[in-house]
Ligand binder design. Structure first.
Ligand SMILES: Cc1ncc(COP(=O)(O)O)c(C=O)c1O
Length: 491
């Protein structure tokens, strides 16, 4: 355990910078001397002195043999993995590598439909065929939870030639299904389980948090250390366990997808985040959980506002939750989550993680002070008072949810088909060739290959009208949409 206090990569970078070498290599800013002075001063000399490149003493992420290898090995030990690969392209990059390491063109992969766009991109790139599993829907918050082991079992009976099962653990909102059981079902058929653990960098380090992918016995997990593990934005890891998936294959696919100019600032931040999680994560998370629980209970004393708690855990699609996520429903106030996001920004200088039609999401970490959390509680109390009258006027508290459209073509075939642009309003019944999603959370409303439905056009419009960021399509106002060209009948 003592060596978890060591930071081989960060320490070596600092020592290298202290030697102050004459640098005839990139980056051309040369310790900041050749860059804009205002930026240099703002960022600081220390950061610029370790913005380095893969010269021999500093190892190479593409073929790690020295300090990066040592740092990855420490991470593997800390996260309970056999191998850890660092990613400087976020969890999106790690997810693409994870799927492309396992799936060849035409291979079936079981995926929940509420996945992040990077999974769908990986499916397009790899040519894998998604078999969608319906996640369980929470009709109060208008969000999806996990998928049940029963549905996985049924899907594997229907598709015994499945090559991989993909699971989100936990979801953006902090809810996990029964991952251990899903792993057992998949492994009984020698099928690997790949986990999108973007929101679970911290869960391995405290017993009250959902089971981590590695603890549950999953084969691969892409984990955003930058989101909840304390490293710099864009730095993530890909963990591997067991021998169903080859570590050599993962290393080479990851390398194919990764820039050759890997940022040592990002890599060093993974090294120190791992140290902190391994050596003090338990204590920091204990404190964070208590702070978040206290805030949750105070929010739940405010009229017309409801913060999700363990009461949502009522099925095998929701067996555990991360209490550090505060998903706050504001629909009873008769305003959208997006309006609350703007209100909090303007009145209290508070920025939330995301908002949607009905909720806001705030994340709590060791970086939050009690004072900041109490400001959030005060702000929400004021919000409730300000919109009280509106709330009492019988607000419609039903939620509108996107339906899961039928997939007519594989996403890859749709992506490469001949297409045409038509009016979005009149596109129901056509096969879409683009993604449409609200970001965050980045879960597609439509993916290439799906048949456009009236309901999802309406759902998309509602989001645009509410001011939410609808992205993915070439026409960012969504007056038009790209669909698969229909061939005219030859007479
Ligand atoms: C569920 C989920 N998976 C994957 C990702 C991608 O992570 P990253 O931003 O690190 O690329 C995100 C990001 O929001 C996400 O929410």
């Amino acid at each position: 355990m003592v060596h978890q206090f060591e930071t081989p990569l960060f320490t070596a970078l600092k020592k290298h910078a202290e030697k102050n070498p004459i640098q005839f290599h990139i980056p051309g800013h040369k310790k900041g001397n050749g860059m804009d002075p205002e930026f240099r001063e703002f960022i600081g000399e220390n950061a610029l002195s370790i913005d380095l490149i893969n010269i021999a003493p500093l190892d190479d992420l593409h073929l790690p043999k020295g300090i990066i290898k040592q740092s990855q090995e420490l991470a593997a030990e800390a996260f309970g993995a056999d191998y850890t690969f660092f990613s400087v392209q976020g969890t999106s990059g790690a997810i693409m590598a994870m799927i492309m390491s396992v799936c060849e063109p035409g291979d079936k992969i079981l995926v929940p439909r509420n996945v992040h766009k990077s999974i769908m991109s990986a499916i397009v790139f790899s040519g894998a065929v998604p078999i969608f599993i319906h996640p369980e829907v929470d009709a109060h918050f208008g969000i999806s939870h996990g998928i049940t082991p029963d549905l996985i079992e049924r899907a594997l009976v229907l598709h015994p030639d499945t090559k991989a099962v993909l699971v989100i653990n936990p979801t953006y909102y902090g809810v996990s299904g029964d991952l251990r059981k899903i792993v057992k079902i998949a492994h009984s058929r020698n099928i690997p389980v790949l986990v999108d653990e973007a929101h679970g960098a911290h869960i391995h380090f405290h017993q009250e948090l959902p089971l981590s992918a590695m603890e549950a016995g999953a084969d691969l997990a892409a984990t955003s250390v930058h989101k909840l593990g304390g490293s710099l934005t864009q730095s993530s890891i890909l963990n591997l366990r067991g021998n169903i998936v080859s570590s050599k294959r993962v290393q080479s696919v990851l390398s194919m997808l990764t820039t050759t100019s890997t940022s040592y600032l990002l890599l060093a931040s993974l090294d120190v985040a791992r140290k902190s999680l391994a050596t003090e994560g338990q204590a920091l998370l204990e404190d964070t959980i208590r702070k978040a629980e206290k805030t949750r209970s105070k929010i739940n004393q405010i009229d017309h506002i409801y913060c999700m708690g363990r009461e949502v855990l009522e099925s095998s699609a929701a067996v555990a939750m991360d209490p550090t996520k505060l998903l706050i429903s504001v629909k009873e106030l008769g305003i959208t989550g997006y309006e609350v996001e703007k209100w909090l920004r303007n009145k209290f200088n508070i920025e939330v993680e995301l908002s949607d039609l009905y909720n806001i999401l705030c994340i709590v970490t060791a970086g939050d002070s009690e004072e900041d959390l109490m400001t959030l509680v005060q702000a929400l109390s004021q919000l409730s008072r300000e919109y009280k009258n509106q709330a009492d006027e019988n607000v419609d508290s039903s939620v509108l949810l996107p339906e899961i459209p039928l997939l007519a073509l594989t996403p890859r075939d749709a992506f490469y088909e001949k297409t045409e642009v038509i009016s979005f309003e009149q596109s129901a019944g056509r096969i879409i060739a683009e993604f449409v999603m609200v970001y965050p959370p980045g879960i597609p409303i439509f993916i290439p290959g799906e048949i456009i439905t009236e309901d999802n056009i309406l759902y998309t419009r509602k989001n645009i009208e509410a001011g939410l960021p609808v992205q993915g399509a070439e026409d960012d106002e969504l007056n038009t949409i790209r669909v698969i060209k229909e061939h005219s009948i030859i007479k």
